[in-house]
Design a protein around this ligand. Structure first.
Ligand code: FES
Length: 221
């Protein structure tokens, strides 16, 4: 058994920024999609959750060999959102790269109307259905699109999208500031629809503040 701080490799009195940095590093090291071990990934998630909940002093994280990883959700170790989730949602998407090409702004009120008339490639603009239980990133990938991502654990901003219309549940976010969330930025790997209709812009790494939150994605491909 280790303390949550030992699992993350930080001192017991580490400040929040240090803990978050350590968590992001450990997610990269242990994610099963990237060659890590599921039990160790689970330990990292449990350790971070205990620290976040203020329960680090009273929590001991079992050794990896004692953890049953059957059914571990490596894409969202946090519990499923308690809020109601739409059965299936219609999602209208637009690639942020198109905005620069067309001279559009992300806060243009008629952004999606212009996109619908611009004869754009389906990779750049279109509609898809997000089935119940799917994250937005999963839905896009299921339909053959290659939207950006890295950790799949809420610890980077590679998968960020700008939500223009609709609601999502995002049960875990270890990287976006409150201000970014207020402006509609969401993590597509963690977000599931909470409304029947959504409009979003993906590939928004060029928006202020997001570039520095990204992780090097080549480690995850
Ligand atoms: S891929 Fe890292 S937070 Fe979504």
């Amino acid at each position: 058994m280790d303390s949550p701080h030992e699992v993350l490799g930080v001192e017991p009195d580490a400040d929040e920024a240090t803990v978050v940095r350590a968590y992001r590093r450990r997610v990269k090291e242990t994610h099963p999609d990237q060659g890590g071990v599921a039990a160790e990934f689970q330990r990292v998630q449990d350790a971070y959750a205990a620290i976040e909940a203020g329960e680090a002093e009273t929590t001991a994280v079992p050794d990896a060999r004692d953890i049953d990883t059957d059914g571990v959700d490596t894409e969202a170790a946090d519990p499923e959102p308690a809020e109601a989730q739409a059965d299936a949602a219609r999602l209208e998407y637009l690639d942020y790269a198109v905005l620069a090409e067309q001279g559009w702004e992300i806060d243009d009120g008629d952004l999606f109307e212009k996109a619908s008339k611009a004869d754009l490639d389906p990779d750049a603009y279109g509609r898809l259905l997000v089935n119940a239980g799917e994250t937005i990133l999963e839905a896009a990938e299921e339909r053959g699109f290659s939207w950006p991502f890295a950790c799949r654990g809420g610890a980077c901003a590679n998968c960020a999208v700008a939500l223009i219309e609709g609601e999502v549940n995002m049960p875990s976010n270890h990287v976006l500031s409150d201000g970014m969330v207020d402006e509609g930025i969401r993590l597509s790997c963690m977000s599931r629809p909470a409304s029947d209709e959504l409009k979003l812009v993906f590939n928004v790494e060029g928006l202020p503040g997001l570039e520095e939150l990204r992780l090097p994605s080549q480690q995850f491909r």
